[in-house]
Design a protein around this ligand. Structure first.
Ligand SMILES: [Zn+2]
Length: 399
């Protein structure tokens, strides 16, 4: 269950202030918070939440750190300043991917500055965004919020998206608009594909290969499953098409297969893993039902037992509505036309909660998830300008 930890207490008299921007970026990068589906790499994100909480507390935010159900030591941070029905959420994920040991030229946790860049794991994706958001807030402190300003920091975006999922399941988030500061080169994102990952497992009956009729061969069955999935992939490509994407069709990739042991035995067990990348207009539940129906139909009268397993529950595709006030504001204030991207984000979870949500942030996605990830120093000023303008428009001036 969600538990409320460390609620913020009365306003502090002698105000402490968060450290300088560069120091905040260094401390965030220097605080490991790797999330991974491989337990040997996975770690808690609580230390990052606590850092952010201490700085935001100094800025009179109410702090709510919630453990994420079904995880080990993972937390979402929701920090809010002001009240009201509208307002802006500045959102991001606290976690990073694992790093390639020995492939970095600098310490991944060192936040070293060189060649007008800050190097470090999460420098672009996306710890610096939190520091920039806090810095932007600091510049607006002399004005009272008319609508709430919320900083949301989630867990496990890089692995299971369990943080955003738990938040969406819990219901409400203060705010009507949300910026997700993923690295987009400060160009707003208006659409991305969704993704699911599933497994199908067939159980038959082992037998001596000299008399196949005495067994039920799971590999033979999987041959039918594969044919049905490839046929479905082609149907989907005919039904859904979106020229804005580099790959304009939905894709269904067969990524892993395993089964059997010996050439002279009828194979009793075979398992296939695949993903589906959904275009806007497709939905996870109906797509999953369609896949399961196609697989089930292909195995009629085979005597095989079929099991489906969800490997990754999924993220819906994102389509920011044409009339999005936030998208218009981001486009106007950056002078950059909205783009369509290939990576999935937490935006569909916030959009699903009714928030007008746009993905826009400093740094380049090409730098993310690779050695020597960096944030160019030149991204700092325009990001602060954008965030201050948005805070002004959606929290300070909105009636
Ligand atoms: Zn990210």
């Amino acid at each position: 269950m969600l538990s409320k930890l460390a609620p913020m207490t009365a306003p502090v008299q002698n105000h402490r202030m968060p450290p300088k921007l560069r120091q905040m970026i260094s401390e965030l990068i220097g605080t490991p918070s790797i999330s991974s589906v491989s337990p040997e790499f996975d770690s808690s994100n609580l230390a990052v939440c606590n850092l952010l909480a201490s700085w935001l507390e100094d800025l009179d935010f109410r702090i709510d750190v919630r453990s994420v159900p079904g995880t080990h030591d993972k937390f979402n941070l929701i920090a809010t300043r002001g009240d009201g029905p509208g307002g802006l959420v500045l959102a991001g994920h606290t976690d990073t991917v694992p790093f390639d040991e020995g492939k970095w030229q600098t310490d991944p946790f060192g936040a070293k500055e060189r060649d007008q860049r800050i190097y470090g794991l999460g420098s672009a994706d996306m710890k610096s965004f939190f520091a920039l958001a806090i810095e932007a807030v600091r510049a607006c402190l002399d004005r009272d919020p008319r609508q709430p300003l919320t900083l949301l920091a989630t867990a496990d975006e890089e692995s299971s998206m369990s943080g955003a999922r738990a938040l969406a399941e819990s219901g409400r988030l203060p705010g009507a608009y949300a910026v997700i500061g993923e690295p987009t080169g400060l160009r707003p994102v208006r659409a991305h594909k969704g993704i699911t990952m599933d497994a199908v497992r067939l159980t038959g009956k082992a037998a001596h290969s000299s008399n196949p009729a005495t067994g039920v061969n799971a590999i033979d069955g999987m041959h039918r499953v594969i044919a049905s999935l490839i046929a479905l992939r082609q149907q989907l490509a005919q039904r859904f098409h979106d020229e804005r994407f580099d790959v304009p069709a939905p894709t269904l990739n067969l990524g892993h297969i395993q089964g059997g042991d010996n050439p002279n035995r009828v194979c009793a067990m075979c398992e296939l893993h695949f993903d589906l990348r959904l275009l806007p207009g497709m939905h996870i539940d109906s797509s999953r039902r369609e896949i399961q129906a196609a697989v089930t139909d292909s195995l009629v009268d085979t005597g095989l037992e079929i099991e489906f397993e969800t490997l990754f529950e999924g993220v819906e595709a994102l389509e920011v509505p044409e009339n999005s006030k936030l998208l218009k504001a981001c486009t106007r204030h950056t002078g950059k036309t909205p783009q369509v991207v290939g990576f999935a984000t937490e935006a569909p979870f916030l959009a699903g909660m009714g928030l007008d949500t746009v993905v826009i942030g400093p740094g380049d996605i090409a730098q993310a998830h690779r050695p020597d990830e960096y944030l160019p120093l030149s991204a700092i000023a325009p990001t602060l300008h954008l965030l201050q303008t948005l805070i002004g428009q959606f929290c300070l001036e909105a009636a």
